[in-house]
Design a protein around this ligand. Structure first.
Ligand code: G6P
Length: 604
């Protein structure tokens, strides 16, 4: 969703800001804009609905400056338009603000300002902030921003320019990420390290309630109340190339193919052969506490929720603790009973998803213990939780999740194994799971080698107007994720059902034009699943089976290497990522940036 980039230094800010915005495109947006100030004084802005390249085309020839801020907007208050794009300015034009987040009391403030005679140029909540900063009597830009922020309720990551203070950018954070990038006599700011990493890997991540002043040669952090804070710089562990496409045509293709090494990374250094368990350094719960857990509740959104469903099954199977997963949004809206003996686990690739973050905050307010299974190190959810397991998938750029989904499922296997081994999972079973985990990277590589076959199957099945995905118990989350993936990038309607539920309704939809993808592992439910295949065939439904052996009744079978039954779901979904990919490719879809979707949904 919305993205912020800022620069102050000796170079022309405009190309740097535009390049930074391009790096944030993956998050999803509908308009973009840039504001600069330079030696000639005053602030100049250019804003445009559409892609960053459309903004670039509108930047006038002599539009330059050594200080600037820029933004990609995802519409919340007001439709996508040139006027609603950020930066927003006050009436005098001296102030420019870019903002991620939502000002909850914008309506009230707008009415009050309008009554005082202030004219508004946009429908956005952000413009209110620009006017409040412009109207402040404080002597310093920091003071003006502080005063304005004291009047707003809501979430924000902001960057502010002021014509009277051309030597600085003032930024602030409350619930929306702000990262400072420290250069050599130049400073950067962004809402996501992806926009900084080309220029510097030294960063300072602001906390909620923190502000900062950036000048070309220095930065200062302080609270919104004005007291100094000591935020130490950290080094980003990934280099800039990690964000490149590396010879693939899309990020999705690259990220699918990165899975063997990504899984290797989530396992690295964590396996403890001696005690047939794993070491999870950041978990923050000791063995006694782990034994006292009565229930595990997993919350997340989208693919993270589906990975959490796999996680819940792993925890039930390996640790024998009742566990379930629920969409974080549903959880937070239903005033859940928060139980002290339940271990809550928040799952998120980005660590920023607003619904998941808000659910964590609500849980913490009610005294719950919350762990995070998160990919982005130092992200909001990683910070808010009491401990957790980092997923170590590396940066994921494509809007739809592939390698992060797989790594999250593996991270849950580690958590489940750990919980199991401090309870009653045997050494033998611990070893069996460890051996299974070790086989995963190699088996993933084997699956990826079947891509050509899957491409052919995609051409055959991809003409469907609708598809049904079915699986039983371990296969059900796999079916759900595969169905989500297909609809997200191909826009083909797809439904996922537990195979056992087919006859209770959705069977009515089965006909030759509505093919089914059935997850049929060789586990204890194989016979039941075979019956499902028969049910579908009897209604002339076409079938793509995904399992461990050939199924002659199916029109096509994708055979996946067998692992331990508990771990099989991690592998069964991977060919279906490729199926979704090749289906969308044939249809000419914008695979990395599907319509209407954003990588990180940072609003309610
Ligand atoms: C968005 C993305 C999904 C993602 C979900 C949760 O909806 O489009 O692909 O699964 O957010 O994101 P998270 O970063 O919390 O895993």
């Amino acid at each position: 969703m919305c993205g912020i980039v800022g620069y102050i230094g000796k170079r022309d800010a405009v190309p740097l800001l535009l390049e930074g915005l391009a790096r944030l495109e993956y998050r999803g947006y509908d308009s973009a804009g840039v504001a600069v100030t330079g030696k000639s004084g005053g602030i100049r802005t250019v804003k445009a609905k559409g892609r960053v390249r459309e903004l670039e085309a509108q930047v006038p020839k002599r539009f330059s400056g050594t200080t600037g801020i820029a933004h990609t907007r995802w519409a919340t208050h007001g439709a996508p338009s040139d006027e609603n794009a950020h930066p927003h300015q006050d009436t005098s034009g001296d102030v420019a603000v870019v903002h991620n987040g939502i000002i909850d009391n914008a309506g009230d403030l707008r009415a009050r300002l309008t009554a005082e005679g202030v004219g508004f140029a946009s429908e956005t909540d952000t413009e209110v902030l620009a006017h409040l900063i412009g109207l402040s009597d404080a002597d310093t830009l920091e003071g003006k921003v502080r005063e304005a922020l004291s009047r707003v309720d809501g979430t924000y990551g902001i960057a502010v320019l002021h014509a009277a203070f051309p030597d600085r950018i003032v930024v602030a954070r409350n619930g929306s990420p702000v990262v400072l990038g420290l250069g050599d006599n130049e400073m950067f700011v962004a809402s996501d390290v992806a926009a900084l990493v080309r220029h510097t890997r030294q960063v300072v991540t602001l906390d909620d309630g923190e502000m900062a002043t950036l000048q070309a040669g220095s930065y200062r952090t302080f609270t919104t109340e004005g007291s100094r804070t000591a935020s130490a710089p950290t080094t980003i562990e990934w280099d800039a190339e990690t964000w490149d496409m590396g010879g693939h045509d899309t990020y999705m293709h690259k990220e699918i193919h990165e899975q063997p090494e990504a899984v290797d990374r989530v396992l690295r250094g964590r396996i403890d052969d001696r005690f047939a368990t794993v070491r999870l350094g950041g978990l923050g719960i000791d063995n006694r506490e782990a034994r006292a857990v009565r229930r595990v509740k997993i919350i997340g959104c989208g693919s993270a929720y589906h990975a959490g469903m796999i996680g819940a099954q792993l925890i039930e199977e390996l640790a024998r603790i009742p566990a379930d997963a629920e969409p974080a949004s549903e959880f937070r809206y239903r005033n859940p009973v928060v139980d002290p003996d339940t271990l809550y686990v928040a799952v998120s690739q980005s660590g920023e998803t607003y619904d998941t973050l808000a659910a964590v905050q609500e849980l913490k307010r009610k005294g719950a213990r919350v762990l995070g299974v998160v990919n982005v190190v130092g992200s909001a959810i990683a910070r808010e939780t009491d401990g957790g397991v980092y997923v170590h998938a590396g940066p994921e750029v494509c809007v739809v999740s592939t390698k992060c989904f797989t790594n999250t499922a593996v991270a849950f296997a580690l958590l489940a194994l750990h919980l199991g081994r401090v309870r009653d999972l045997s050494v033998a079973d611990g070893r069996r799971i460890i051996e299974g985990l070790r086989r995963l990277p190699e088996q993933l590589s084997e699956i990826l080698k079947t891509e050509e076959d899957i491409r052919r199957i995609a051409a055959e099945f991809g003409t469907a107007r609708s598809m049904m995905f079915v699986g039983r118990v371990r296969g059900y989350p796999v079916a759900r994720e595969a169905s989500l993936k297909l609809k997200e990038i191909s826009y083909i309607h797809a439904e996922a059902y537990p195979a056992s539920e087919l006859k209770h309704g959705p069977l009515a939809l089965i006909e030759p034009e509505v093919p089914s993808v059935a997850i049929v592992p060789n586990d204890e439910l194989l016979e039941k699943n075979r019956a499902t295949l028969e049910e579908i065939k009897a209604r002339s439904g076409r079938i793509l089976a995904v399992g461990h052996q050939d199924h002659p009744i199916a029109d096509e079978t994708i055979i996946v290497p067998r692992n331990e039954p508990e771990l099989d779901p991690i592998l069964l979904g991977v060919p279906l990522q490729l199926l979704a990919y090749h289906t969308a490719l044939v249809m000419g879809r914008d695979i990395d940036k599907p319509r209407n979707l954003a990588k990180s949904v940072t609003v309610e």
